[in-house]
Design a protein around this ligand. Sequence first.
Ligand code: DGL
Length: 274
Amino acid sequence: MQGGPIGVFDSGYGGLTVLREIRRTLPQYDYLYLGDNARAPYGTRSFDVVYEFTLQAVRHLFERGCHLVILACNTASAKALRSIQQNDLPRLDPERRVLGVIRPTVEVVGEMSKSRHVGIMATEGTIRSHTYELELAKLCPDIQVTGEACPMWVPLVENEEYDSPGADYFVRQRIENLLRRDPLIDSVILGCTHYPLLLGKIRQFMPQGVRIIEQGSYVAESLRSYLARHPEMERRLTKGGSAHFLTTEQAEAFRSKATVFMGQQIEAERVFLE
Ligand code: DGL
């Protein structure tokens, strides 16, 4: 069987923060990133639409030779992952795998919170799905979870306003709101892959003593452990250390922004999903 790269999917640029961490941890593999920039953000879209778009992306990455696809997007992981794993994979190809970012994040939270009060900051779609609460209830039923939707944060990142003075208001407002709703919170999960790009501002407004949980490194560690436990999948991954980038928007726009996010020169190719 012919091997292929690891597929990494996000609605836009946010998944690049996950790809960066995965490549740092597992530099030997080839990667194929797909950003659905033309249709981002996903955060305010309905369950059906996010599922349909995500399935199209997964099919595209499979056609390009990926045997393993990471949904580096919380909204897609919350709204589409389970259906794809249960209903579509058996039909598309039972040998291939699609993994998400929520489970690896939830697995580390139990060890981090002393107060057992945890906050989740994420898109409206992820918060409304209650996926974090449901996953946390399975692993750590003693933890009290409060979710705060931050609808302006992804547009700030997608429009390169994450460092602007204008971003201060929106970042501060959501953090204050979350901590007003539960002042005992001692750990906050950044449950959206775009948010690490706002980290400077988030640190500025988050009180000291509240831990900020970024998911990139946990997703990377979880992938490392998955591959160690699944040698049959590991053998199917090509190992050239490369990364290629696909986008549904204009390649030039993606190239220049992604170069900033990745901190290295990248080339992108435009694709059409259906
Ligand atoms: N970055 C994605 C997430 O982790 C989605 C952002 C969006 O498209 O709204 O949720």
